[in-house]
Design a protein around this ligand. Structure first.
Ligand SMILES: Nc1nc2c(c(=O)[nH]1)N[C@H]1C(S)=C(S)[C@@H](COP(=O)(O)O)O[C@H]1N2
Ligand SMILES: [Mo]
Length: 328
């Protein structure tokens, strides 16, 4: 078992007081405590090393034709000079992915069960013509690039990682949204037989998120398929996730299967669960405390350092002009 001590959090997203009174009781109802116990017992079916494929990365990935696109060329415009990159070993074993578990260290082994091949992305709503595209066709069409971004979770931890993906804008333009489309909505997979967190109805699965169309078309917004020069591991959202680096991490849906263009601001998973705690915009803002903790600083999971949180997560010069400043 990895050492848990540097990772214990005072408060997690799962326990908005207004929603859940007793964390242990809630976890037991969900069956999460039982799952954690099984991992502690090293059930071989769920450990990363026992699963087939992906030996090179150490993650449970099936071999796919698109493996040939990695590593991708780094885009030198997007670097983080003042902080170290978070090793994959740390970033890949400390994950929020409630489809599998609310225990960050349990997500990696449990996500090994998720089948990602084949994977189809569906595009619908206000577009010239709704369509479906297979993951392999998708990455063959949109050239991959590497970008180093800061990533800030609303729970006040953060990391710096080299994502590999393609600009969301390129894909959106390919979709030909109609003039009436003002927002884009992301839907994650629904596979309760493979994702034990979805066997409960405590959350409204599948995970759903959304962005204003200009946010989704911003140069920073990425569809991510890889990390650290390799295909994206399952616990980080394989095969396809969104990364929107100036917003809290939950705005970046993992395991995306559907993208929909809509006219009105769409409901989102965390906002629906606890609207006072998680807004639709969720731009990183050190001056706006979460109702239960400060957002002024964050803990870098690479080294445990407490550092100042930057407005818009350090991307203010690129994104602030899209906002009035009071968006929540
Ligand atoms: N489908 C789905 N996407 C998700 C989540 C989730 O639970 N389910 N958690 C979000 C949260 S809260 C964060 S901080 C990031 C975490 O990404 P990482 O585990 O790759 O660091 O994923 C986001 N995307
Ligand atoms: Mo998060």
């Amino acid at each position: 078992m990895p050492d848990r001590s540097p990772y214990s959090l005072p408060a997690s997203m799962i326990t908005p007081e207004s929603v859940f009174k007793n964390r242990r009781q809630f976890l037991r109802q969900l069956g999460f405590l039982g799952a954690a116990a099984m991992i502690g017992g090293c059930d071989s079916r769920t450990t990363a090393s026992a699963a087939p494929g992906g030996a090179a990365s150490g993650f449970n990935l099936p071999p796919r034709p698109s493996d040939k696109f990695y590593p991708a060329k780094r885009n030198p415009i997007y670097q983080v000079a003042d902080r170290p990159e978070t090793p994959l070993k740390i970033a890949g074993n400390y994950n929020n992915y409630y489809e599998f578990s609310t225990d960050k260290e349990a997500v990696n082994p449990l996500s090994a069960r998720l089948t990602i091949d084949p994977w189809t992305l569906e595009v619908g709503g206000l577009v010239a013509k709704p369509f479906k595209i297979g993951f392999e066709d998708l990455v063959a069409k949109f050239p991959l690039q590497e970008r180093v971004y800061r990533m800030r979770c609303v729970e006040a931890w953060s990391m710096v990682v080299p994502w590999i993906g393609f600009p969301m804008r390129d894909f959106i333009d390919f979709c030909q949204p109609l003039g009436s489309a003002r927002y884009v909505r992301f839907l994650s997979f629904m596979k309760p037989a493979e994702a034990q967190g979805q066997e409960t109805n405590q959350f409204s699965w599948p995970y759903f998120e959304g962005l204003r169309l200009d946010e989704a078309r911003h140069e920073l917004s990425l569809f991510v398929t890889g990390i650290y020069g390799k295909p994206l591991p399952k616990q980080m959202g394989a095969p396809l996730r969104a990364v929107v680096p100036w917003k809290y991490g939950y705005k970046g849906a993992k395991g995306i299967v559907k993208i929909e263009f809509v006219e009105k601001q769409p409901p989102t998973f965390w906002n629906e669960l606890a609207p006072d705690e998680y807004g639709f915009y969720s731009n990183v803002n050190p001056d706006r405390p979460h109702p239960r903790w400060s957002q002024a600083t964050e803990r870098d999971i690479t080294n445990g350092d407490r550092i100042a949180t930057l407005p818009y997560n350090g991307y203010a010069s690129l994104v602030a002009s899209m906002y009035k400043g009071d968006e929540f």
